[in-house]
Design a protein around this ligand. Structure first.
Ligand SMILES: [Ca+2]
Ligand SMILES: [Ca+2]
Length: 248
């Protein structure tokens, strides 16, 4: 009897992290449990997803030129995956009005915020995802970066490994783009996720993990394969025409 109980407990312990992990990779489980958050205006439909632009704005009064370039670098890291795997790209715009994601900064309360505060405006979406999940469209995400993070001397904004005791600015911005796109935070079940809800000094996550990509594809769908298929057909037609119009 005793040994059977131990076996049951072990199974539950194994099952719990992956279930919690799947839940937290999408949306906002605290405010909208069981709901996906996305900047799409309609749920993705397999095989038919045109790539959408999610715009972002960098408040020039909040960031140095170097910091702004790191924000652009973070967008480029997301976009590298988006081009091939998810039907969404990040595009910088010059005005906060109408931007999907706005980056600004202020000195946040260190006890309340882990380096960033987000204000997401969402509206209920029409229809559901292929798996039946309801969704909310993010109409704007204003992300305030803590200008004075806890401890000295603040953020690491250089290249290479983050030094002990410093917060990695690039990792932080990559995570915040994820929030603006609708991803939730990963649990400890995925230590390589960029969606680290507790970014500590020395933490560095500069490449999307497979589960990050899976979450992105769930929210935005895979890119339309027709684009590449048509490109291929175009090349074939061109080659055939060349052959036909060749020397007679
Ligand atoms: Ca602060
Ligand atoms: Ca962490």
């Amino acid at each position: 009897m005793k040994s059977r109980r131990i076996v049951v407990a072990a199974l539950l312990a194994l099952a719990a992290p992956s279930a919690a992990f799947a839940q937290q990779q999408y949306g906002d489980p605290t405010n909208f449990p069981g709901t996906y958050l996305t900047q799409r205006t309609s749920p993705p439909v397999p095989g038919t997803n045109a790539t959408i632009d999610v715009t972002y704005f960098i408040d020039p009064g909040s960031f140095s030129g170097q910091d702004a370039n790191l924000i652009r670098a973070a967008a480029a890291i997301w976009s590298n995956y988006m081009l091939t795997q998810a039907a969404v790209v990040l595009v910088e715009v010059n005005s906060a009005a109408g931007a999907g994601i706005v980056f600004t900064s202020a000195d946040l309360d260190d006890a309340t915020f882990n380096l960033a505060q987000r204000i997401l405006t969402t509206v209920p979406g029409a229809g559901t995802y292929p798996d039946g999940t309801p969704w909310r469209q993010i109409t704007s995400a204003t992300i305030t970066i803590d200008s004075d993070p806890p401890g000295a001397p603040g953020y690491f904004t250089g290249n290479g490994s983050v030094p002990v005791g410093r917060y990695d600015f690039l990792s932080l911005i990559i995570r915040e783009f994820g929030v603006g796109l609708g991803l939730g935070f990963a649990t400890n079940a995925d230590p390589n996720s960029v969606m680290d809800g507790n970014l500590a000094p020395g933490d560095q996550h500069q490449a999307l993990s497979p589960t990050d990509i899976k979450a992105l594809v769930t929210l935005y769908g895979a890119p339309e394969p027709a684009t590449w298929a048509l490109f291929g057909i175009g090349l074939t037609v061109l080659a055939a025409r060349r052959r036909r119009s060749g020397p007679a």
